[in-house]
Design a protein around this ligand. Structure first.
Ligand code: FCB
Length: 443
């Protein structure tokens, strides 16, 4: 089974960047060579991770990184998106940890030597635990600690990087981590989510200003995830509920960056659930971006509710992936077109898209045609959006390889490469070969 796009598609040109993505905590392991982070603590707490696993070894990329660079090169991708582990490169006193920095400089040098562009995310959820002990993202000081870390690490990495993203998916850090409590640090309560979100957005803006100074020649931006909100019925009440969910989960993170304000829904939140906004914050948060990274996996459906702003309706009788997310490529093209209509956007990179499937390794092969068809339909959706005038410059598959899927532990596989966690042997899946063949036939 093949991946292909129409001959005249802009995505068939080498100008369009194709890559694979990972994140530090999900693949590195090497736990003894860094400070503890909030995910270590969360994993050690009973009942938080479905298979009671942790990131101590993960894909052992900390030791196998050289082999993994070979693997990335063998796929023929233009770019690799990785994240820097803050607790690996910073010491308790806030100064740089040279050994940790060396790990990344060697890795980035090797990628450069193979002509692979480096897209570096500065924060993919692994907050140093000692900062969580002082309140984590509920403490405004964490934004300034992030600014300092970004200053030090970007100076140390020099010209090894092509693109910096400040944060990955602040929605997940804020909402899942400090409101729903299903991600680290596991704090629950409506009064916390928007406060954490504000400090994350402030951290992003402060980091953008540091990047403008330290790294003016890289493409600097942020990665946001979107789960477009659809109304269950066309009743006015359901439509309004879906709009509110969209503001709460999606627009909440993009509007302050693009327009310097939160959605009007702010006025409907109880005062104790409001963020703590200081004068001048929005000027920092709305520092112009060189690019916007967009992650898309699925949509969500909402209906009106008597006591809440909206109520999510779980997917029923629709195609879903192994993690239970509806397969809905139309939501992807609609999202891209609607963001483009709503905001004055910088160039877009699709920084994550992919699917968890119930892979089986049989005779050293994984015949994941379900994942290939997910990629095909979602690449078609990106192509549709480009045809409708959206300026999209690149696409990254999530993920290079199976890895630690947060609260789902190692039970969900998102890789285009299969990882046997016992032997640490990597096996390219059928989807990996299809992606490789597609990328390599471009002119
Ligand atoms: C995104 C995360 C990424 C991965 C995928 C499946 O929300 O950024 O780390 O877990 O989901």
């Amino acid at each position: 089974m093949k991946i292909s796009l129409p001959n005249n598609s802009k995505m068939n040109s080498k100008e369009f960047t194709f890559g694979v993505a990972t994140a530090s905590f999900q693949i590195e392991g090497g736990v003894n060579d860094r400070l503890p982070c909030i995910w270590d603590t969360f994993c050690a707490t009973d009942g938080k991770i479905i298979d009671q696993s942790n990131g101590d070894t993960a894909c052992d990329h900390f030791n196998k990184w050289h082999q993994d660079v070979d693997l990335i090169e063998s796929l023929g991708v233009d770019a690799y998106r990785l994240s820097i582990s803050w607790p690996r490169v910073i010491k308790l006193d806030g100064s740089l940890n040279k050994a940790g920095v060396d790990f990344y400089t060697k890795l980035l040098d090797e990628l450069k030597a193979r002509n692979i562009k480096t897209f570096v995310t500065l924060y993919h959820w692994d907050l140093p635990q000692h900062l969580e002990n002082k309140g984590g993202w509920l403490n405004r000081d964490t934004a300034y600690a992030f600014e300092q870390y970004v200053d030090l690490i970007t100076k140390a990495l020099g010209n090894r990087v092509d693109s910096y993203a400040t944060l990955n998916e602040p929605f997940c850090s804020a909402y899942l981590g400090y409101e729903a409590g299903i991600h680290a640090p596991g704090i629950k309560g409506k009064e916390f989510g928007k406060k954490a979100a504000h400090h994350l957005l402030l951290a992003h803006g402060l980091a953008m200003q540091v990047l403008a100074k330290n790294s003016p020649n890289t493409q600097n931006g942020i990665v946001l995830n979107f789960t477009p909100a659809y109304a269950k019925t066309d009743s006015q009440a359901d439509i309004i509920a879906a709009q509110k969910a969209d503001d709460y989960f999606n627009q909440w993170y993009i509007k302050p960056i693009m327009d310097g304000a939160y959605p009007d829904l702010l006025n409907e939140l109880a005062p104790e659930n409001h963020p703590d906004i200081h004068e001048g914050d929005f000027d920092i948060i709305s520092t112009p971006l060189d690019f916007l990274g967009i992650n898309y996996y699925t949509r969500a459906v909402y209906e009106a509710d008597k006591s809440e702003l909206f109520k999510e309706v779980p997917p029923k009788d629709v195609a879903i992936t192994d993690i239970g997310w509806e397969i809905y490529p139309k939501g992807f093209s609609n999202l891209l077109v609607s963001l483009n209509e709503t905001y004055s956007l910088p160039p877009i990179y699709i920084t994550e898209n992919g699917a968890a499937m119930a892979d089986k390794l049989i005779d050293n092969e994984v015949n994941d045609i379900d994942r290939i068809s997910y990629y095909q339909s979602h690449l078609d959706a990106v192509n549709d959006a480009i045809e409708q005038g959206v300026n999209i410059q690149g696409y990254f598959a999530w993920s290079l390889m199976d890895n630690f899927e947060w609260a789902e532990g190692y039970t969900k596989r998102f890789g285009i490469v299969y990882v046997d966690y016992q032997s640490q042997v990597r096996t390219i899946k059928a989807s990996g070969f299809a992606y490789k063949n597609f990328i390599n036939q471009r002119s």
